[in-house]
Design a binder for this molecule. Structure first.
Ligand code: PLP
Ligand code: COI
Length: 340
């Protein structure tokens, strides 16, 4: 029986669900893994995650489709990205098959929390890994825990799909040759001051520039960015210091193959942002969130799509991507994993 939750009014927050998946790495190998009802983690006071932030995470969603199946979207891509992340952080890989198995087991065990089709809510899945044994010299731990929990969520930005306002901050997100291209917890820790400051000043999010030259658009704290040119080409920043968003890569494919649009992944100068007609954030949590305005130190860029609704091309991309995720449109091969 689906839980009695006010699905349509859910925000993007944590709600405890019944089961989470846990596997421990010790003596060079992962154990078999279990589903547990225990939401608490007990650690040594000097655990690597607590001292040197040796932790990373992923994010994906399970959806109830138009024909009442439960599916998730491209979990293999999250498994691969987590493998890239853990290698950069000197952590052990949790193999792709096991990652996907953990996703399936956790969703099945919490099936009553998968929101109904059409409610606007989805079941967000949070796989993560952290260093669990004591370290005191700066070095990688030898024991790790992989966990995966599920929590039902609504829209990431309050107001659902209303356009948001970004500001160009004076803070940087990622250093050249640093960790901006992987999903390390530390990237998010260092973005917290910038986001609190942005909110204080009335902005929804930060649009980070490349920290080497501060002339090129990178991404926000939790999503990649796409732009639409006046002749309907989809443009997205190419950079070694942004997270390779699975949503963005999927959207670029959808734009070309489903909508017949041209796409470009290239460097995007801050100075050309004023020439685009639409802008949106893309990510698992953000889905496709329209941006109405960007403020760069007193210089306001107002996109022609305005502050009331999504731009026309953004809306087409949104309808196509969510149509694929919710089973209204046929998906490219391998994009949908059926769970129940
Ligand atoms: N960029 C950052 C910094 C993120 O945290 C996320 C979220 O995962 C994304 C982009 C979007 O990636 P994806 O579409 O794979 O969720
Ligand atoms: C996601 O979209 O899954 C993310 O991880 C973004 C997050 C910062 C909420």
């Amino acid at each position: 029986m689906t839980k009695n939750i006010d699905w349509s009014n859910l925000g993007f927050g944590y709600i405890k669900t019944d089961y989470r998946y846990i596997s421990n790495f010790k003596d060079g190998k992962w154990d078999d893994g279990i589903l547990s009802t225990d939401d608490k983690v007990v650690l040594n006071e000097s655990a690597g995650v607590l001292q040197y932030a040796q932790t990373c995470f992923e994010g994906l969603k399970a959806y109830r489709t138009v024909d009442n199946k439960v599916v998730c979207f491209r979990p293999d891509m999250n498994a691969k990205r987590m493998a890239d992340t853990v290698k950069r952080l000197e952590m052990p890989v949790f193999e792709e098959e096991r990652f996907i198995d953990a996703v399936i087991k956790t969703v099945k065990a919490n099936i009553d929390y998968v929101p109904p089709y059409g409610s606007g809510a989805t079941l967000y899945l949070r796989p993560y890994m952290f260093a669990s044994n004591a370290v005191i010299g700066v070095k990688p731990a030898t024991e790790y825990q992989f966990r995966l929990f599920a929590t039902p969520v609504g829209p990431y930005f309050k107001g659902g799909v209303k356009p948001i306002v970004l500001r160009v901050p004076d803070f940087d997100r990622a250093a050249p040759r640093g960790t901006g291209h992987v999903k390390a917890g530390l990237n998010y820790a260092m973005s917290l001051h910038a986001i609190v400051d942005a909110h204080k000043q009335g902005y929804n999010e930060n649009m980070y520039l490349d920290s080497a030259t501060r002339t090129k658009v990178e991404e926000t704290g939790g999503a990649n960015i796409i732009f639409v040119t006046k002749d309907n080409t989809i443009v997205t920043p190419k950079s070694d210091t942004i997270l390779p968003s699975i949503t963005r890569r999927s959207l670029m494919y959808v734009a070309e193959k489903y909508l017949g649009l041209k796409t470009e992944e290239r460097e995007v100068l801050m100075s050309e942002v004023k020439d685009f007609k639409e802008c949106a954030l893309c990510g698992t949590a953000a889905v496709l969130s329209p941006v109405g305005r960007v403020v760069d130190h007193g210089n306001e860029i107002n996109f022609p799509s305005g502050m009331e609704k999504m731009g026309e091309i953004t809306q087409k991309l949104y309808d196509t991507l969510t149509g694929i995720q919710m089973g209204r449109l046929e998906a490219p091969e391998g994009w949908i994993t059926e769970i129940a």
